[in-house]
Design a protein around this ligand. Structure first.
Ligand SMILES: Nc1nc2c(c(=O)[nH]1)N[C@H]1C(S)=C(S)[C@@H](COP(=O)(O)OP(=O)(O)OC[C@H]3O[C@@H](n4cnc5c(=O)[nH]c(N)nc54)[C@H](O)[C@@H]3O)O[C@H]1N2
Ligand SMILES: Nc1nc2c(c(=O)[nH]1)N[C@H]1C(S)=C(S)[C@@H](COP(=O)(O)OP(=O)(O)OC[C@H]3O[C@@H](n4cnc5c(=O)[nH]c(N)nc54)[C@H](O)[C@@H]3O)O[C@H]1N2
Ligand SMILES: [Mo]
Length: 679
């Protein structure tokens, strides 16, 4: 029997799935042809879901540590014992140090609205430290918001009518593959596809044109393009006059970015930049799909803000098919009935999740004494992991991990609570890459003793004696409440179809920017008074910020973009996927390899002052001299030496949004082949 479901991974596509169940076991997963956006195909990873659910390594009972921290020695215990231990420890920490000594840590292991937010009310009521959720998108979001206003951007489906597609810092064929058929349709009607990315990723290889810029130089490139558009009279002056703020200032700023200078900053040939600018300016309906890549630089918000100035300059929003997309994710948004921020004591301290390493090792008054991790694998995904592991190894820290698998984070736990898989729980799904809403019900019951997040937090709440309504509501009641929030996107939607499990289109326009801009002035803000008031440059600016640590010592820049076969660190649990993915590799230009006596496939050590890891060298011209690329994220415990790529990344925060600059590290690389290392 085939049952409908939704892929709950942190991916913009949120695929419609059909799941085959035979004798209580999931035997096959395929794409749901009725899903209007994902249209019946799924990525290679999702085909392995049966091996995710029925994985021999899945944790199916609560576990208690019995050996030293990190040794991997655990013994099964009952739920009662596990919950008692967790609540006893919570109470002890609260009485000895206060509730703020407890740090919840969570992200997007599961994208369902209920399960993703299932712990918030509990930790608010407890008065635990609050986690600032910054690891992924806020720098990009702040950038877009500043220029174009908050809210969903142009619908990817509308790109079929574009005559010029730009994929700017997104590896679409790896991270958003269901957008590709829409781009291909436009291409079939004559639209070229341009990719702007520091390396020749899978998408760049399939594009018509690839501008291979240096990391962190997007704002300079966009200003150079603007300068050409202005000088060559390719600006939509009417749109600019009626709907934008600060054009005269922008003209002056763009003039500071003449072609040759921009070419030097970005490392892109001047002719390529000029051709791109003229073609963008000439297109009737140019469409830009920005990924999160430019935002994962120290000046990520500025980069995204500056890229976002291009469509309004040429009036792209006035034509069907034109526009710009970063994130959709509109729709009902009031989750306070579930998260209950009102229960949180005022003045509770906030800890940025990017700075977890510092929080676990340096924070005092109070120090973190209880770390509660769920839906995230920080030992693999968060920056400067050596420091995180140092913190997690503290004997005086009690760690609870709520997981399906023995991740590097779970290995450091005192108590592990077994999580049900997404196919064993109910939830409501929005997506940040398309405008559909969908409900999925359990396809099979939870395996073993595993339980969904909501159920676990409710048991803890009951043990703590919490009586608020939220601690007694089930998934269905919470979803019903959420769908009543009166948001305009819910007007007229087919609720019956939604409850039957069908994907239902939200009432969101294809091109929200055609209806105005959600900025303080209601216009596109080339000049931002809000940034000026914060002491920031109010105009787009192309100055490049690189990793300041070890400029004299480490000669290479490192970016760590997504791997085709993993999703952040997920899917490492599947042996078949690990085999397909092979060894952890580093793309390095042959010139850099030669200087370091590194040959094809050499094991190498990559290092900086923050840490080190071991990978295999792949010599390739898909990257430029001076730039190495490590597609991630392999689980550190499966890498040689047990150290992951985030040993090298830093906790430094982006200019706005306080996000991690994952693609902005300086490193050095040396061969580990003994004969060469000694000669
Ligand atoms: N297969 C797979 N799919 C995924 C994920 C995964 O790990 N694997 N992760 C999921 C998640 S959580 C997210 S947020 C999305 C992210 O999806 P993307 O936006 O595609 O991923 P990014 O890491 O932001 O990197 C995108 C591209 O930006 C490039 N880049 C790096 N620095 C710069 C720069 O300074 N300028 C420019 N122009 N480009 C730069 C990288 O080389 C990369 O090709 O994908 C989701 N989908
Ligand atoms: N170097 C580098 N690091 C990066 C990035 C990068 O580009 N480069 N990308 C970053 C980005 S964009 C993101 S979004 C973060 C993502 O960081 P995370 O959200 O931590 O991502 P995952 O690796 O998917 O880890 C999620 C974990 O949740 C578990 N899980 C799944 N479902 C459930 C559930 O229902 N309940 C519970 N309790 N657990 C569940 C999974 O088994 C998995 O171990 O990583 C970031 N890290
Ligand atoms: Mo992300």
């Amino acid at each position: 029997m085939w049952r409908p479901s939704v892929c709950t991974k942190d991916c913009p596509d949120a695929c419609g799935l059909l799941v085959k169940v035979e004798q209580g076991k999931i035997t096959k997963v395929k794409g749901d042809p009725d899903h209007p956006f994902t249209r019946g195909f799924i990525c290679k990873k999702a085909k392995f879901f049966p091996d995710h659910v029925h994985n021999k390594d899945r944790i199916l009972t609560p576990l208690k540590r019995k050996g030293p921290k990190g040794s991997g020695q655990f013994e099964p215990i009952s739920w009662d014992e596990a919950l008692d231990r967790v609540t006893d420890q919570i109470q002890k920490v609260c009485s000895d140090f206060g509730a703020q000594a407890i740090l919840p840590y969570h992200f997007a292991g599961h994208m369902g609205i209920v399960q993703q937010h299932a712990g918030h009310a509990f930790f608010h009521k407890l008065g635990a430290s609050r986690m600032l959720s910054t690891i992924c998108g806020p720098a990009s979001g702040e950038g877009f918001k500043t220029t174009l206003g908050a809210g969903p951007s142009t619908d990817i489906e509308s790109a079929v009518d574009s005559d010029f597609i730009v994929i700017w810092g997104s590896n679409t064929l790896t991270t958003n593959v269901h957008a590709w058929p829409f781009f291909q349709k436009a291409r079939g009607k004559g639209a070229p596809i341009v990719v702007i990315d520091p390396y020749r990723n899978r998408t760049a290889k399939e594009a018509d044109i690839h501008l291979m810029l240096k990391p962190g130089t997007d704002a300079a490139l966009a200003l150079g393009v603007m300068n050409i558009l202005i000088r060559e009279s390719r600006v939509d002056l009417e749109f600019v006059k009626n709907q934008t703020l600060g054009y005269e200032d922008l003209v002056k700023r763009a003039a500071e970015y003449p072609l040759e200078k921009v070419s030097r900053i970005c490392g892109v040939p001047a002719g390529q930049i000029k051709d791109f600018a003229l073609a963008y300016g000439k297109a009737k309906a140019p469409f830009i799909r920005t990924g999160w890549g430019p935002g994962r630089q120290l000046r990520g918000a500025m980069a995204m803000r500056t890229i976002a100035c291009l469509p309004p300059l040429v009036g792209a929003f006035t034509t069907k098919g034109g526009g710009i997309t970063r994130s959709l994710g509109g729709g009902p948004s009031d989750i306070t009935r579930l998260t209950r921020p009102d229960l949180c004591p005022t003045g509770t301290r906030v800890i940025n999740m990017v700075e977890l390493g510092n929080a676990l090792t340096q924070l005092s008054d109070p120090p973190v004494k209880l770390f509660y991790n769920y839906m995230s694998n920080p030992a693999a995904v968060a920056p400067q992991s050596a420091r995180i592991l140092q913190g997690m190894a503290r004997e005086d820290l009690f760690t609870v991990v709520h997981e399906l698998f023995m991740t590097d984070t779970a290995l450091m736990a005192d108590i592990i609570l077994p999580s049900a898989s997404f196919l064993e729980m109910m939830d409501l799904y929005k997506s940040y890459g398309q405008n559909y809403l969908r409900i999925a019900r359990p396809v099979i019951p939870p395996l073993g003793e595993s339980r969904a997040n909501l159920s676990i937090f409710q048991s803890l709440a009951a043990r703590m004696g919490y009586e608020e309504e939220v601690f007694g509501l089930d998934e269905e009641e919470l979803i019903k409440g959420f769908l009543q929030d009166g948001h305009p996107s819910l007007e007229g939607i087919d609720r019956e179809a939604l409850w039957q499990g069908k994907a239902v289109r939200l009432n969101i326009p294809s091109n929200p920017y055609a209806q105005g801009f959600n900025t303080p002035s209601g216009k596109v803000e080339f000049f931002s008074r809000a940034w000026q008031e914060k002491g920031l440059d109010p105009l787009p600016c192309g100055r490049v910020w690189r990793d300041p640590d070890g400029e004299d010592k480490f000669g290479l820049e490192l970016i760590t973009p997504p791997h085709h076969l993993f999703l952040n660190s997920a899917f490492n649990e599947i042996e078949g996927i690990r085999e397909l993915a092979g060894k952890a590799r580093l793309l390095i230009h042959p010139d850099d390899a030669r200087d370091r006596r590194i040959v094809q496939e050499d094991p190498v050590r990559m290092f900086n002052d923050r840490g080190e890891c071991r990978v295999h060298a792949r010599l390739t011209r898909d990257t430029r001299p001076g730039l190495v690329v490590a597609e991630g994220l392999h689980w550190p415990r499966f890498m040689k030496g047990g150290k992951g790529i985030n040993q090298l990344t830093s906790q430094r925060l982006t200019d706005q949004g306080e996000t991690c600059a994952f693609h902005c590290s300086r490193v050095e690389v040396e061969t580990l082949t003994a004969s060469k290392a000694t000669c």
